[in-house]
Design a protein around this ligand. Sequence first.
Ligand code: SF4
Length: 250
Amino acid sequence: MSWNTAVESIERLYHDACRILVFEGGEPLMWRDGKYTFSDLARLAHNKFLRTAVTTNGTFNLNVPTDIVWVSIDGSKSTHNRLRCNSFDKIVANLSKATHPKILVHFTINNQNWMELENLLDMLNQIPQVKGVTLQLFYPYNQGETSLALDRKTRRLAMESAIMLKRQGYPILNSTWSLKAMINNSWKCHEHLLTNVDPDGTITQGCYVKSRGEIDCSQCGFTPVAEASGAFDLIPGSLLAGWRIFLNNK
Ligand code: SF4
């Protein structure tokens, strides 16, 4: 995406009443166009939006001017390295030296890593820069990665285990409501709350899967949409999760 397309997209999102902006990739922190880097885009968005965030693979300097930095870690060192190109040590090193005030880890639960959540949480406990963890479930786009999808039984076990760990005091920021709702996908989706921008500047309102694959709501693992939908329906747990993730800086 060029600088001009990015600036135009940010203006259009703001004009369309979006108030939280999350940069995703690819890898957003690699973005540059001529003299402009990701930090220039982040500063521009920060001046307009109520909250800004970025989701990164964690292999770059994490001190960027968004309110929140989400670092993807997908399991124990060996599983993560298998799934994400041997990047685990580099991520941990970057986390340990980061000075950004709000770094969260985002864990996408799949068929290979769902048993590793507790160990990962214990490990992250040793890194004070990590202020919390958010979870979502792998969604199969049917592009050769279907083996990572969880079957019904495993999905239930994974979610029940996450709920138990949250009750034990681990810093899982998803609401218990949304974790429970993920077991059978028994939540009402307000997909209009989400707006996506593609690299060519195309803006699509609604489900993230639109224009990327076949929408199968029975397989949905998009906890951010579930949480936003819950907040829209004034579910207290989702409102609290939103406050903890986006507003609370402790
Ligand atoms: S896949 Fe998930 S986010 Fe997309 S429309 Fe279905 S329930 Fe909503």
